[in-house]
Design a binder for this molecule. Structure first.
Ligand code: ASP
Length: 316
């Protein structure tokens, strides 16, 4: 029997010091919520969905409410979910006005013959499933609009590397991976994208093999960071492939992130779980918030070489 784990991240990037605590609070709560769902009879898919739903609703993260906006000031979100048991997956690109994209991605996986729906077609599918469409602009926050204005004044390329004096609203894609006692794994990733993105831009988070991958034979990975770079490197799948060749979850995560960054000169982060319950956490950005629960231990961090551990008192 494997010891179940739910591991989450809250986005890689140059997270301003003023936002560190809210990110840690968010990821630790999300890990506990996902773990509780898993231990109370939920599947690994239920666990990753619950953890990501919580972060989508938290304004501290760039997903769901609190997403960054495109150059026209609109929220367009990407999400993906994958079940390691059968490689079934559901993805969304440039999705508008849906409160919890990851739950709609799950419906794409479970109710359609397709892997990826985008834009208007995704909205049409949501309506067919009776998923509420929010009034336009509901997901747009003042922080995101301010971040766009600052980005426009400064110019430059769309990126996740955001300094404290620049775009506080742009860091914080969310993701979760989980393993149950039988070695089943799953992944879910959800984002508003990157600051300064063009209208209609779809990033790694919508793409299986780039933003998410899960295979019960090996493990599951959720990535974050500069999506256009992550797509070129197929980061999530590259990590899985290195594990298949024998690297540990941690070594495979670190090695692939470092190689991608060296080759393509952009940063990323990833969380990885193996089908044996081994954890991998890595990022080449300045910071990435992460947390996981295993038994009554809560592990978390946001800086390089930081690994905090707390015992959870309440029953799970
Ligand atoms: N990877 C996401 C994207 O490029 C952004 C992020 O992870 O912060 O859309």
């Amino acid at each position: 029997m494997i010891e179940p784990v739910v591991l989450v991240h809250g986005g890689a990037g140059n997270i301003p010091t003023t936002r560190v605590q809210e990110k840690i609070d968010g990821v630790t709560k999300a890990a506990k919520i996902g773990y509780k769902r898993l231990l109370s009879g939920g599947s690994v898919i239920d666990a990753v969905e619950a953890a990501v739903n919580f972060m989508e609703d938290d304004i501290a993260f760039n997903a769901g409410y609190g997403s960054i906006v495109n150059l026209d000031g609109q929220v367009e979100m990407d999400a993906s979910i994958m079940d390691g048991k059968n490689l079934q997956s559901g993805c969304l690109g440039a999705l508008k006005d849906i409160k919890n994209p990851i739950s709609l991605a799950r419906l794409v996986m479970e109710k359609t013959p397709h892997c990826l729906l985008v834009g208007e077609g995704a909205t049409k599918f949501a309506k067919s499933q009776n998923v509420p469409i929010l009034p336009p602009g509901t997901l747009v926050t003042p922080v995101a609009l301010e971040a766009l204005e600052k980005w426009k004044k400064k110019g430059g390329i769309a990126n996740t590397e955001i300094g404290p004096d620049q775009n506080p609203g742009s860091v914080g894609t969310v993701g979760a991976v989980a393993v149950d006692r039988y070695g089943h794994v799953a992944v879910a990733t959800s984002t508003g994208g990157i600051n300064g993105k063009m209208v209609g831009r779809v990033g790694d988070t919508a793409i299986i093999g780039a933003g998410s991958y899960a295979d019960d034979n090996i493990g599951a990975v959720s990535t974050t960071g500069h999506g256009d770079t992550i797509i070129k490197y197929c980061l999530a799948h590259a990590i899985i492939k290195s594990m298949e060749k024998g690297l540990s979850a941690q070594d495979s995560t670190t090695k692939n992130i470092d190689t991608m960054t060296e080759r393509l000169k952009n940063t990323a982060g990833a969380i990885t779980i193996s089908n044996k319950g081994e954890v991998g956490i890595g990022f080449s950005s300045a910071r990435m918030a992460w947390a996981y629960q295993k038994k009554n231990e809560l592990h978390y961090g946001i800086e390089h070489d930081q690994h905090c551990k707390e015992l959870i008192e309440e029953e799970c």
